[in-house]
Design a protein around this ligand. Structure first.
Ligand SMILES: *[C@@H]1O[C@H](CO)[C@@H](O)[C@H](O)[C@H]1NC(C)=O
Ligand SMILES: *[C@@H]1O[C@H](CO)[C@@H](O)[C@H](O)[C@H]1NC(C)=O
Ligand SMILES: *[C@@H]1O[C@H](CO)[C@@H](O)[C@H](O)[C@H]1NC(C)=O
Ligand SMILES: *[C@@H]1O[C@H](CO)[C@@H](O)[C@H](O)[C@H]1NC(C)=O
Length: 350
């Protein structure tokens, strides 16, 4: 067992939630949070093998999730037959890779937009659906043209200003990914304006997501980008990436989706959920202090100073609707413990 989730039978709430991408890093945690709150969960997977692997890793989820196969989320009406009887949809599935992009449009932009529209097209066929919660990102909010040292404070009203033309042309995989989140979110909002469906939507916008992994992975190399940063610090390579940004614990990302399902203040809205800033030096320091016996594998902090004059992200809206966050210490400690454990399992199986 990778992580004990403490799911109990809670019969007080039997509403059904569709989670797209339930075997992904975030999707798996969304399912766990929903089950803890007593929701029923139906999850889309690309294959039954992935679903079985999720259950093998988390035996406490056995018989708790109803799995349905959706092979390609970018096909129009991909989710058509799976929304029956659903009260809510958490649309988590989205393409994410930045290192091997060769065609921004067909690999990133189209799938992100089409996947989101497919979820909405499906929702409109099921009268029970009350809200679709879409996993967006700070990538759709941050303005990459702004001087990072400007001290600007981002909030829910801000948008990444990239144009579609720029997105098509950019040589940067990261920028192409950011653009895919912008255009997926905009497409969803425009779709709702035009179709005036019987449900509303909202988006959850995290930045770097760290936290314990409970989903199927092929190897430590397939770790999600953010956790890869932490893994680099503790994997024995003694490399210190010196990265800074804003972080959220994946368990908080999941709770944000659950909170957003029926909170009236989120109707049509978006919610930025950075817990706070992170700096890889601080990560090393905290982990060295907590795990002195692991000092041979944890990278030493570099002497690159934390750049305090950077932008800030205001998470006060999320707190006003009830978000509570893991401390950075807890996130790093739980993530490191989990990643060492997973690496050990990969080693034992080889
Ligand atoms: C990019 O690389 C990842 C990991 O190696 C792989 O799973 C994915 O299919 C690749 N994407 C494309 C479009 O080649
Ligand atoms: C995006 O697409 C353009 C045009 O096809 C290409 O020149 C550019 O290299 C692509 N960007 C990336 C990151 O692959
Ligand atoms: C995280 O990594 C898994 C593979 O381990 C992949 O299926 C998933 O799409 C990734 N998700 C994100 C948000 O990067
Ligand atoms: C540790 O992570 C870095 C960067 O991700 C990678 O280059 C290196 O090969 C990894 N080392 C081990 C021992 O896994």
């Amino acid at each position: 067992m990778v992580c004990s989730s403490g799911i109990e039978n809670n019969m007080s709430n039997q509403q059904l939630v569709l989670v797209t991408g339930v075997t992904g890093f975030i999707g798996a945690h969304v399912a766990v949070s929903l089950l803890k709150k007593g929701y029923r969960v139906r999850g889309t997977v690309r294959s039954m093998e992935k679903a079985n692997e999720l259950i093998r890793l988390n035996p406490e989820l056995k018989d708790k999730i109803e799995f349905v196969i959706v092979k390609d989320i970018t096909e129009p009406y991909a989710f058509k037959d799976v929304v029956k009887d659903c009260d809510y949809i958490c649309h988590v599935a989205s393409p994410f890779f930045i290192s091997n992009v060769t065609d921004n449009k067909t690999q990133l932009l189209d799938p992100a937009v089409q996947g989101t529209l497919s979820a909405l097209e499906a929702a409109i066929t099921e009268p029970k659906v009350k809200r679709v919660v879409i996993t967006s990102s700070f990538a759709a909010v941050g303005d990459y043209t702004k001087d990072p040292s400007s001290g600007y404070v981002y909030s829910e009203k801000d948008w990444n200003p990239i144009s579609y033309e720029e997105a098509l042309k950019t040589e940067s995989g990261l920028l192409a990914y950011c653009a895919s989140k912008v255009f997926a979110e905009k497409a969803a909002r425009e779709w709702v304006k035009e179709k005036q469906p019987h449900f509303d939507i909202c988006t959850i916008n995290p930045s770097y997501v760290f936290g314990p992994t409970i989903h199927p992975m092929n190897s430590m190399e397939s770790l999600n980008t953010s956790n890869q940063i932490l893994w680099t610090i503790i994997n024995g390579s003694k490399i210190q990436p010196s990265t800074q940004g804003f972080e959220t614990d994946v368990r908080d990302v999941a709770d944000a989706h659950v909170l957003a399902l029926n909170h009236p203040k989120l109707s049509g809205g978006r919610m930025l959920i950075p817990q706070g800033p992170f700096f890889t030096n601080t990560m090393s320091k905290i982990l060295l202090e907590k795990f002195p016996e692991k000092k041979d594998v944890i990278s030493d902090p570099s002497d690159v100073p934390f750049d305090t004059k950077r932008f800030t992200i205001d998470n006060s809206f999320s707190k006003s609707v009830g978000m509570k966050y893991y401390s950075e210490e807890q996130t790093y400690i739980d993530t490191a413990t989990n990643l060492w454990e997973r690496a050990k399992q990969f080693q034992e199986n080889n």
